[in-house]
Design a protein around this ligand. Structure first.
Ligand SMILES: NC(=O)c1ccc[n+]([C@@H]2O[C@H](COP(=O)([O-])OP(=O)(O)OC[C@H]3O[C@@H](n4cnc5c(N)ncnc54)[C@H](OP(=O)(O)O)[C@@H]3O)[C@@H](O)[C@H]2O)c1
Length: 283
């Protein structure tokens, strides 16, 4: 495993394990246990995934020391305010059974996220969180955010895969020392990514799958990846990406796959924003 150093000196693994859409606690705990035994140390959950307790159970039972793990969770829209975030941080810590988080992210650029971030800055300064950041901030919103807050975000977790590469967003994050983290590094399985001929042809040369090539490509752009799987053999496969390097020509071939837009989410879609505001995770 390789690491990237965040803007506050904290070291973050370049690859982690995501648990979005794994609501069943038994399956989630098993998947996280499998991931940790495969060598993953970063686990990416969120209050809205409703599986923090299952992630916590796997952490508690594993034999890896807490300081070697890197646990991320996220603040949901419903709690996006100063008081809401103060409570939500403690609820997530309690759900996970932890006394500190490695990374805490604002899940969506919605609600009073500036107020929420103030509570996160306080928790960061108190040592309850080792690094703080955001998700889904488009370049203009990201710049506005960075120019407003005191503690610059360590990470911006956004959709990044071969079909939506967002080079402009990466350049803007670099300007502010923020590390990009890819959600949906496999485009959630869309566009035939696992059988795409450019990715499979490149993979053949190294004895790797299209999935492994897609992860490697993001890592070589300095992007942290958090692939999700509930299948042990895929969990193993997805972390077996540290023994090969894509050439500049192969990176350029993958660059050709960029569609320049997302077909997964649209933060300018009125119905999508209303839907997220309506998604309540507690009373
Ligand atoms: N901040 C945000 O707004 C946000 C949004 C979305 C996701 N995320 C985070 O990013 C993580 C990853 O994104 P994601 O879960 O949406 O999608 P993803 O990782 O791009 O894709 C997951 C899909 O790929 C399949 N898969 C995994 N490895 C495979 C392999 N080697 N071969 C073939 N199929 C494979 C999985 O199936 P099986 O599970 O059946 O193997 C699942 O259907 C999430 O889990 C979450 O932690 C964050």
């Amino acid at each position: 495993m390789e690491f990237i150093t965040l803007n506050n000196g904290v070291k973050m693994p370049l690859e982690g394990f995501g648990v979005f859409r794994v609501p069943d606690p038994v399956q989630c705990e098993q998947a996280v246990a499998d991931a940790i035994s495969s060598g993953y140390r970063l686990i990416d959950t969120a209050a809205a995934y409703m599986n923090e307790a299952a992630v916590g159970a796997a952490i508690k039972k594993c034999d890896v020391p807490r300081e070697e793990l890197f646990i991320t969770t996220k603040l949901w829209v419903q709690d996006a305010s100063y008081e809401g975030a103060k409570k939500a941080i403690q609820v997530s810590l309690d759900n996970l059974g932890l006394d500190y988080l490695d990374l805490y992210l604002i899940h969506q650029p919605m609600g009073d996220y500036i107020g929420a971030y103030r509570a996160m800055e306080e928790a960061y300064k108190e040592g309850k969180i080792r690094a703080i950041g955001i998700c889904n901030f488009s370049p203009a919103r990201f710049v506005d955010f960075c120019e407003t807050v005191e503690v610059k975000p360590a990470v911006n977790q956004v959709e990044l895969h071969p079909f939506f590469q967002q080079e402009n967003a990466l350049a803007t994050m670099k300007e502010y020392g923020t590390v990009p983290e890819a959600w949906a590094p496999f485009a959630e399985g869309k566009y035939g990514i696992f059988t795409n001929s450019i990715l499979t042809d490149i993979g053949q040369k190294y004895g790797k799958s299209a999935a492994q090539v897609a992860l490697r490509w993001n890592i070589q752009r300095g992007v942290v990846v958090i692939p999700k799987s509930v299948h042990k053999e895929r969990i193993d496969q997805n972390i077996d990406i540290w023994d090969f390097t894509l050439t500049d020509d192969e990176m350029k071939q993958i660059a050709e796959l960029d569609m320049g837009h997302s077909e997964i989410v649209n933060h300018d879609d009125v119905m999508f924003i209303k839907m997220l505001h309506g998604l309540r995770i507690h009373e």
